[in-house]
Design a protein around this ligand. Sequence first.
Ligand SMILES: Cc1ncc(COP(=O)(O)O)c(C=O)c1O
Length: 358
Amino acid sequence: MQTKKIPLDITKATTSRLAEVDFDNLVFGKYYTDHMMVCDYENGKWNTPKIIPYGPLSVEPSCKAFHYGQAIFEGMKAFKDENGKVWLFRPEENFNRANISCKRMAMPEFPKEYFFEALETLLKLDEAWIKTGDGNSLYIRPFVIASENGVSASPSSTYKFIIICCPAKAYYSSPVKVTIAQKYSRSADGGVGYAKAAGNYGASFYPTNLAKEKGYQQVIWTDASTHQYLEEAGTMNVFFRINNTLITAPTSDRILDGITRKSLIKLAQDQGLQVEIRRITVSELVDAAKNGSLKEMFGAGTAATIAPIEGFEYNGDYYELPEVKDSYSQHLKKSLQDIQYNRAEDKFGWRHEVPLDK
Ligand SMILES: Cc1ncc(COP(=O)(O)O)c(C=O)c1O
C-alpha cells in the first residue's frame, strides 16, 4: 500500500514495562504496550499525530464524550511470524470502518496516511510486545472520543484519535453457551448497530449480565421489531451450519460488517463449501436443532477469531449441539490463522506487512 509520508511527533518511553508482563497467564486487556498514539482534532483539522509513552489522559469532567457518548472504536490485531515479521490483517477494512462509525456519530473522519504512518511507527516501537506462536497477537484498539468541554447536547468541535495496544492470547478458551434475545435489542433500523459506537456495547451489558446469571456467556441478538431473525452476538457475527450449508445473516444498519465474517465467507466459498448469506429465523434454528440437521454454530470476530457455540437457550429450552468430526469452524479457523500468521499463501491480499526497518 502506498501512503504519503507524514510527520509524527515522537516521544519515546524511557523504560519498558514489558518485563512486568506474565505472558503465560496473560489477562486480556490488563497490560498495554509502552507507547500510544494521540492525534487531536482542532479548528477543523487533525494536528500532527503524537506517539508518546502510554499513560493517563487529562480531560475535564465536562468533556463531551462522557455526557453524549460521542465515542467510537476499532479492534484489530498484529501477528508475528516465525521469522519475526509483523503482519496486520486487512487493516484498511478497520480504517474504513472507523470512518464509517465516525460519520454516523457526527465525528470527523481520520486521514488514511495519518492512520497508517502512526500505526506502523507505533508497532515498530513496541514490536517486542508481539509474541510468535498460535493464538498470540497484539490487539490494537484505535478509538475516537469527543474532547470538547461543555454540557450542551451538540457535537464536539474537538476530538482525540488514540491508538493503544495490548498483548492477546486466544479470547474464549472453551465453547460458549448462548441465549437468544427475546426481550432486549442491541440495535434497531436506522440506528447505530453498524457502527462501532461505544454506547452499543454499554447498552448490551445489562441484558448480557442477565444471560450470564443464567449460565449463558453471550446473547445472540435478534431483530428489534420481531425478535424472529438471528443477527449477531456481543462482539461477533454468527454462523450456523445446517447439514453442510453455512448460513450467516446479511449485514444491515443493525449489524456490524465484521472483517472476520467477510473473510470466513470468502475462505469457505473458495474451499467449495456452500455458503448462504440470508436471513435465518429462530424457528428454523430450533427446528434444525430438533431434527439433528444443526451441526455447528460459531461466533466470528477479531478478538475471539472463532468461538464455537456448544448450545443455545430459547423460550426456556436448552438445545445442545452434537459433537462433529469434520468441524467447519475448526477448519476455517486454521485457514484464517494460517494466513494471519504468514503460514499460507495470501491469495486475497489480506496481509499487510509492518515495515520494521523504517
Ligand atoms: C457487534 C460486533 N459484531 C461483530 C464483530 C466482529 O467484527 P470483526 O470481525 O471485524 O472483528 C464485532 C467486533 O468488532 C462487534 O463488535
